[in-house]
Design a protein around this ligand. Structure first.
Ligand code: ADP
Ligand code: MG
Length: 823
């Protein structure tokens, strides 16, 4: 009987690993690898045509020369490549087994479809980096830690900065204090003790004079510097006893090869344990020498010309070994453009897909109804709220499904805007769903909707988690809450009602749409606090024959550039105004010695019936350490500081039900102080809480601190935010000053971005989008250029199927495919 394919792949892998261990001597199997490969191919191809799953593997296995005829180097590359392809095949089998054939197509983003297997070039660029000269298995493992797996990754492994050693001098005109390069002969080099360190000292010179060089703690350099050898030295020149001396200079032997470490702009690469600067420079250089020519120019030339961009191969070369800063900058521009352009193609494609693959439901918007609702509210909407309601209603009135982001600072009143949209859905005979990231937030939204709708209805009746309102429109409207902790019976009841179309608005967690809950007619989905979810899986929202309108809400204000980059697929509405009379939360950064004052203040507030939050320090290494710290802090505060108060504890390691219970107690006023890790950050509304104390506040980002602060000041009592910090870095101090001074979430977000950079600010990794290595969020012009070009391209060739866009499509697929796989 034939073995299942995956099993035989495992055997094959064992053989290959053995071959590697044996130093590629072609002794892993009796009779040699060529025979084994032939047998393996014939055995497993009839039932499992792996040439479809992985054409690369087939090509790799069957192309000459035979293994026996290859050099050891070539064998190493071949073995490493086959191992990697086997990996792909096995993963492919797993996915196919789990999800059936459609899986492969799902990974294509939007309207741009995955290229056919045969179209994927068998580029050596995808081969493991271990094949590069000077790399090998051990170093490959270290490179993998830096995200470098294949040869292409190494070509795209860009330096963090450069050392400018391009100033060449003779010894006589060396200037102290500057970075310079000299070409000299070695006169003498020896090991010496400098302080307690074994070091190297050398005397070197050219026709204009001699100079001393020392390498602290590097005794081996003495052996490498052969007397009379010609070397280049680069570094800062100091002076000691009136003699010029290079301290720890970069150096290399001068022969007919190109200089890599001296005499030019020298790249400084990110490193990890077991990788050294010289080694990485050499490896990158040899990858460039051998493989750069294989890198295809995928940008269509009209785009390149219109935008004045460097050619790809030049750009990659100049990004590593630039001739000067100007060309390095041009190279960066080109590579940054690529990232932004591909990103924009992706998000635009997603949007087009959403909006064009199926129509939406065109709602008939009755301004009269909306006005009636707005007028019945117990407060007056801000003009910003009115404006965004207008923007949303205009979208809802079209048969193109809405794709919109609603952003507004904490407390700016997004829920009521969502409520208007949800009512419009109901008025049009459709269902609306409001999704929150946690149960407690879902419950809160449910409560908010209840109070808003109660205000405008003539009466309501309640049956556990379903409330029916009368008098809002001609018929009754029912609103349901669906959460995981509901009794199974109640849950299936709501499922049933949703399926029959007897619930108009449902509030719940994300599981609401993920678990195949069926709607009779979902017309609008509102998703709150989207960044908690990463990228929304829109496909889960699709209905038969149409796509619902989509409104995403976020309280993390996003600066325009970032919004365009990450949410280019969403139109943006912004509530940039707070309801009148909102109090300003008094924010104070206290010195460590003022801690007792902070505690006294909390006690005083508790005496007046108010409640406080205490946020424990952020511990990035692990949630469990963070939880431990919170537990310890809770214990300390309970026994030493507030034995007379009622203290609660909340951290990420608690069971959901326990978390929810504690939050409920706090909301109900059964606790005076809530000690929590950062899990409390999002959206929770406790009007009676007036103090937010943040420990080690310098560890949190500005946006996060702003979110914490937004947890208080939600009732009528003056509220306070107290920041404690033991010993903040300069940069931490800057953030603490910023949060003390700025109350506007947008201003803070801009500041945060400026201080931290986009990766940390939003975590593109988390968001499921491709990494940005070269692009900066300050590249506004470039971003707009990329957006424009992506738009132009889409107008002409939405599927990128034209011949001249073939390479672009491959690159597009490669980039998005990777980021989707990683999710
Ligand atoms: P967020 O934008 O943070 O989600 P919410 O929608 O939860 O804010 O609104 C916060 C509170 O402000 C709610 O209690 C809501 O009823 C109230 N609110 C909303 N809009 C206004 C307004 N225009 N005037 C006064 N209060 C408002
Ligand atoms: Mg909210």
């Amino acid at each position: 009987m034939m073995q299942p394919f995956v099993d035989s792949a495992a055997t094959f892998r064992t053989v290959l690993n053995l071959e590697a261990t044996n130093g590629y001597a072609n002794r892993a199997v009796i009779g040699g690898l060529d025979k084994y490969v032939a047998r393996w191919v014939s055995q497993c191809s009839p039932g499992h045509d792996f040439s479809v799953v992985c054409p690369q593997l087939k090509t790799l296995l069957l192309s000459p020369p035979a293994y026996a005829e290859r050099s050891v180097d070539a064998r190493r590359i071949w073995v490493a490549s086959v191992l990697q392809e086997l990996d792909h095949v096995e993963k492919g089998c797993d996915i196919a087994a789990q999800q059936g054939e459609s899986a492969a197509q799902e990974t294509g983003v939007g309207v741009i479809k995955k290229p056919k297997p045969g179209a994927v070039a068998v580029a050596s660029l995808d081969w493991p980096v271990a094949g590069v000269k000077g790399v090998g298995q051990t170093i490959a493992v270290r490179l993998a830690r830096l995200g470098v797996d294949c040869i292409r990754d190494l070509l795209y492994f860009f330096p963090r900065r450069f050392m400018d050693f391009s100033q060449r001098r003779t010894v006589s005109i060396l200037e102290t204090g500057k970075e310079q390069t000299i070409f000299v002969n070695v006169w003498e080099a020896r090991q010496v003790m400098l302080g307690r360190m074994k070091s190297t000292e050398a005397v070197l010179g050219d026709e204009t004079g001699n100079v001393r060089a020392v390498w602290f703690n590097q005794p081996w350099v003495a052996k490498q510097l052969k007397v009379n050898a010609k070397v280049a030295l680069s570094g800062r020149v100091g002076e000691f006893n009136y003699i010029k001396v290079f301290e720890n200079p970069e150096w290399e032997v001068v022969d007919d090869r190109e200089l890599l470490h001296t005499g030019r702009m020298v790249p400084v690469y990110p490193l990890t344990g077991g990788l050294y600067p010289r080694q990485v420079r050499t490896m990158v250089r040899s990858a460039l020498d051998v493989y750069l020519g294989n890198l295809p120019e995928f940008l269509p030339s009209p785009v390149r010309q219109r935008c004045g961009l460097m050619e790809l191969q030049d750009a990659v070369m100049q990004a590593h070994y630039p001739i000067d800063y100007a060309s390095q900058n041009k190279a960066r521009q080109r590579l940054a453009f690529d990232e932004l352009f591909l990103l924009q193609l992706g998000v635009l494609s997603k949007k087009r897909n959403w909006q064009e693959e199926q129509p939406g439901r065109r709602f008939r918007i009755e301004q009269k109804n909306i006005n009636g609702f707005i007028e019945a509210l117990p407060f007056k909407l801000t003009s910003a709220q009115l404006r965004v309601i207008d923007e949303i209603c205009r979208d809802l009135g079209r048969d193109v499904p809405m794709s919109r982001l609603l952003q507004g600072d904490v407390g700016s009143g997004k829920t009521v805007v969502a409520a208007v949209a949800l009512l419009e859905a109901a008025a049009n005979g459709c269902q609306g769903a409001l999704m929150a990231p946690t149960e407690i937030l879902a419950e809160q939204h449910f409560a908010t909707l209840y109070s808003l709708l109660s205000a405008i209805s003539t009466g309501s009746s309640r049956e556990t988690n379903i409330i029916t309102f009368k008098g809002i429109m001609q018929r009754e409207i029912s609103v349901a809450l669906l959460t995981g902790s509901l009794a199974a019976g109640d849950k299936s009841r709501i499922h049933e009602l949703l399926r029959r179309g007897e619930v108009d608005i449902v509030v719940g967690t994300h599981a609401l749409v993920q678990k195949g809950v069926q709607f009779a007619a979902l017309g609008l989905a509102v998703v709150d606090e989207q960044h908690r979810f990463g990228v929304l899986q829109r496909s889960a929202l699709k209905q038969k024959g149409y796509n619902p309108h989509l409104l995403v809400m976020t309280a993390t204000p996003i600066p325009r550039t970032l919004a365009l980059t990450l949410f280019g697929d969403l139109d943006i509405s912004t509530i940039d105004e707070m309801p009148a009379g909102r109090q300003v939360i008094k924010t104070r950064w206290l010195k460590p010695q003022d801690r007792q004052r902070a505690y006294n203040f909390i006690r005083k507030q508790a005496g007046e019936g108010r409640q406080s939050f205490i946020i424990c320090p952020l511990i990035e290494e692990s949630e469990s350490l963070e939880a431990k710290a919170a537990v310890a802090e809770h214990k300390r505060l309970s026994s030493e500081i507030f034995p007379d108060l009622r203290l609660g504890l909340l951290h990420g390691r608690m069971k959901n039900a326990d978390k929810e219970a504690v939050m409920h107690d706090f909301k109900d006023g059964a606790l005076d102080v809530l000690i929590s890790t950062s899990v409390v950050e999002v959206g929770i509304d406790v009007p009676n809480a007036t103090v937010m104390l943040v420990e080690a506040a310098d560890r949190f980002g500005l946006s996060q601190l702003h979110q914490f602060r937004g947890r208080v000041g939600r009732g009528e009592n003056q509220s306070y935010c107290i920041l404690l910090s033991e010993n903040p870095s300069e940069y931490g101090q800057e953030r603490l000053r910023a949060i003390e001074e700025l109350t506007d979430g947008f201003a803070l977000a801009e500041k945060d971005l400026e201080l931290r950079g986009p990766g940390e600010f939003f975590g593109t990794r988390q968001s499921g989008l491709p990494d940005l290595k070269m692009a900066r969020l300050s590249d506004v012009r470039l971003l707009e250029l990329a957006r424009r070009e992506a738009g132009i391209l889409f107008e002409k060739d939405p599927g990128l199927t034209a011949v001249e866009n073939e390479l672009l499509r491959l690159e597009y697929y490669r980039i998005w495919h990777k980021s989707i796989e990683n999710n």
